[in-house]
Ligand binder design. Structure first.
Ligand code: SF4
Length: 407
């Protein structure tokens, strides 16, 4: 299933298309001092390797602008310069060769300066993100609306759009970030009704993991599922590599980007589990993550339900009777000792990536399916067939409801 995207204008930022004709892209931001060229580039490379399509760096001093010359030349992904307060640094960043600018309307408020920046961006043919932030909203708007409401954020963005359009600049994308998730969602919904520019989504100051990730996911995924949003950033208070990685994963889980990373699914475990699912799942995650396999892998606690429940996974393993039942697309292909579950997954994962699903199904151990069925039946004998639960529950209710009522 795919979400139908809100129709927008189309931009190009370096080699990345932004808008409804392009895939939703992932952004992150460096945390190094931009003036430290090597360290910044090192982080940019790491971000790109972990899923960032675009990286933003702060341009907060003249040394940062100078460093941008080398950064832009050597970066594997387009660079956006983040500008606050000093419009001259925006001009310097354009000269340095950045592929995009982010301006905060709350911080650069002089109309002439904004127009001058726009004219330079027009000549350089690079887009500007109007990055409105609830925490740094124009004071006049705060007074007018009493708070950083969705209406206030959108008005701030539209005021800036007006300045840019007045100099025939339309190479615009917009963000209206709020740290409060419902207000963030409402702000973007309101903005999406008013403009057809691409939107950059984010929950600002979302905080450290896991709360920051939950807030970002709640806000961004809600909007993406409504077709709103063309590029995203998870603003997490942690190593920015996590932002890139989780941003990319979110898009993959929503079916908005092709899977390029491992997707490890695991049952939550329950009283039927025949193995420590949490331990096996985390060991499997660690072992498989660095392999660069773009497959879905399942770790299931019991063979009674495991292979069937995870039949959509490319490969998986289910525990039972001190053994691991390795399955491909729900079909058991091998039975291994419980202690070898993770290594068996790793080996089969590699072979699957090399040979494909059909070949690996054809190479299945002949007696594996039968062995798995026997283990499952034995376990059902011990634990009871989960499919009979409904029937039994009815009987239990019948017995309890027929009991004499207390007088
Ligand atoms: S797969 Fe088995 S152990 Fe895991 S949640 Fe389902 S019934 Fe429980």
């Amino acid at each position: 299933m795919t979400y139908s995207r809100r129709k927008t204008r189309q931009l190009v930022l370096g080699n990345v298309g932004i808008g409804s004709n392009s895939e939703v892209s992932v952004q992150s931001m460096t945390t190094t001092k931009t003036r430290n060229t090597d360290k910044t580039l090192e982080q940019i490379y790491a971000l790109a390797a972990n899923g960032a399509d675009i990286v933003r760096v702060t341009c907060n001093e003249i040394e940062a602008a100078e460093s941008l010359v080398k950064i832009c030349t050597r970066s594997p992904v387009p660079i956006v310069a983040d500008i606050h307060f000093q419009y001259k640094l925006a001009l310097a960043a354009i000269e340095a060769g950045v592929q995009g600018l982010r301006l905060n309307p709350g911080n650069i408020r002089n109309e002439d300066q904004i127009k001058q920046i726009a004219k330079e961006c027009l000549s350089a043919d690079i887009p500007i993100r109007i990055g409105v932030n609830a925490g740094s909203l124009d004071k006049d708007l705060l007074e007018k609306f009493g708070d950083a409401t969705p209406e206030a954020l959108v008005e701030s963005a539209l005021n800036e759009v007006k300045y840019l359009e007045e100099v025939n600049f339309f190479n615009i994308k917009i963000s209206v970030k709020h740290s409060n998730v419902p207000l963030m969602i409402d702000s973007y919904r309101l903005l999406a009704e008013k403009v057809d520019y691409p939107l950059h989504l984010g929950v600002t100051e979302a905080g450290p993991l896991p709360g920051g990730l939950i807030k970002s996911t709640a806000g961004i995924a809600t909007l993406l599922s409504e077709g709103i949003g063309d590029t995203i950033r998870m603003s997490l208070t942690t190593d920015p590599i996590e932002e890139a990685k989780h941003g990319r994963q979110l898009l993959e889980y929503l079916g908005l980007r092709e899977r390029k990373s491992l997707d490890l699914i695991a049952c939550p475990s329950c009283g039927r589990a025949e193995v420590d699912v949490i331990k096996v799942a985390s060991e499997a995650q660690a072992a498989l993550e660095n392999e660069g396999l773009s497959i879905q892998v399942a770790v299931m606690g019991c063979v009674v339900n495991g292979p069937g429940e995870a039949r959509s996974a490319d490969i998986g393993i289910a525990a039972g009777k001190k053994r691991g039942h390795l399955f491909i697309k729900g079909e058991v292909v091998k039975v291994v000792d419980e202690k070898d579950m993770v290594s068996a997954l790793l080996e089969e994962g590699r072979l699957l990536a090399e040979e494909g699903i059909e070949a690996r199904l054809a190479a299945a151990d002949k007696d594996a399916a039968l062995l798995a069925q026997q283990d499952a039946e034995e376990l059902m004998g011990i634990q009871g067939d989960i499919n009979n639960f409904e029937e039994r529950t009815k009987s239990v209710i019948e017995i309890t409801s027929n009991q004499d009522k207390p007088k």
